[in-house]
Design a protein around this ligand. Structure first.
Ligand code: HEM
Ligand code: HEM
Length: 206
């Protein structure tokens, strides 16, 4: 008998589709430094902060403790996937759970490096006034030429460093998103489930 289960609460669904929108705007507006880029970046930072808190105090399937499994469980799940023998998970499956964690960490790196860049280039944002390269990386930047100040008084070595981190982490995030969408489509087909529809309605039919 099929049964309807409420999986994704309204906040998770609003979080998901707002993140898709904010990240897309941020990525597409990255090449020119516009207010739109900065606002979408702040929106992403706000959304991931909410998601981390909701992962601790949120509803059952939103909590990290519900979907972050030990590595051996993830390997077992991936092996069983193609034999169609996998255990059914109502919330995120073990591979999807780690993908959520990887996306949140990457988005954190993207937004913090963006804030650093904003502080160095414009002297604006919450990190303005603290625009150093992290101590651990400082040996790579020990070369004095790298710390030349340009005509605006910016530290060019630090600017280059954070620009690189910002760009590489944004592109890495796009790779994760492509894997995420592939994972959603493949596991939905294998399990005969409407996962995408569930991210709109909040419900799964079993
Ligand atoms: C910018 C693009 C995207 C980002 C950053 C993103 C991020 C995420 C995150 C963080 C989650 C975890 C939800 C939670 O527990 O909080 C998630 C889940 C999910 N996303 Fe996306 N997503 C993106 C695009 C998409 C697209 C285009 C689709 C539809 C084709 C999609 C379908 C889903 C589904 C179905 C889930 C639930 C997975 C499950 O059932 O375990 N996502 N996504
Ligand atoms: C998910 C959010 C974000 C994405 C996807 C993103 C993506 C990008 C991309 C692709 C670039 C071009 C990199 C390059 O060519 O070197 C860029 C540049 C930049 N981003 Fe972001 N960014 C995000 C958030 C932020 C935030 C939160 C801030 C600061 C508040 C920020 C500040 C900047 C600055 C100052 C530049 C340099 C623009 C320039 O001088 O051309 N970004 N971003």
């Amino acid at each position: 008998m099929s049964k309807e289960i409420r999986v994704w609460d309204p906040l998770i669904r609003i979080f998901h589709w707002s993140l898709v929108l904010a990240f897309s705007i941020g990525y597409l507006s990255g090449d020119e430094e516009s207010n739109l880029h900065i606002y979408s970046g702040y929106a992403v930072l706000g959304l991931i902060t909410f998601r981390v808190l909701w992962g601790v105090v949120g509803t059952r399937y939103a909590r990290f403790s519900n979907f972050v499994h030990a590595p051996n469980i993830v390997i077992q799940h991936l092996k069983a996937l193609f034999k169609k023998e996998q255990k059914h998970y109502v919330g995120h499956n073990p591979a999807g759970g780690w993908m959520v964690v990887a996306m949140l960490i990457t988005l954190f790196v993207v937004t913090i490096s963006g804030l650093k860049l904003y502080a160095i280039e414009e002297g604006l944002g919450p990190l303005a006034g603290n625009s150093q390269v992290p101590l651990i990386m400082s040996s790579a930047y020990a070369d004095d030429d790298k710390h030349d100040k340009n005509e605006n008084g910016k530290d060019e070595g630090a600017e280059e460093f954070w620009e690189e981190i910002h760009e590489v982490s944004s592109d890495f995030m796009v790779l994760l998103i492509l894997l995420h969408i592939t994972g959603v489509i493949v596991s939905g087909r294998l399990q005969n489930e409407h996962l995408i529809k569930a991210m709109f309605t909040g419900k799964k039919i079993r």
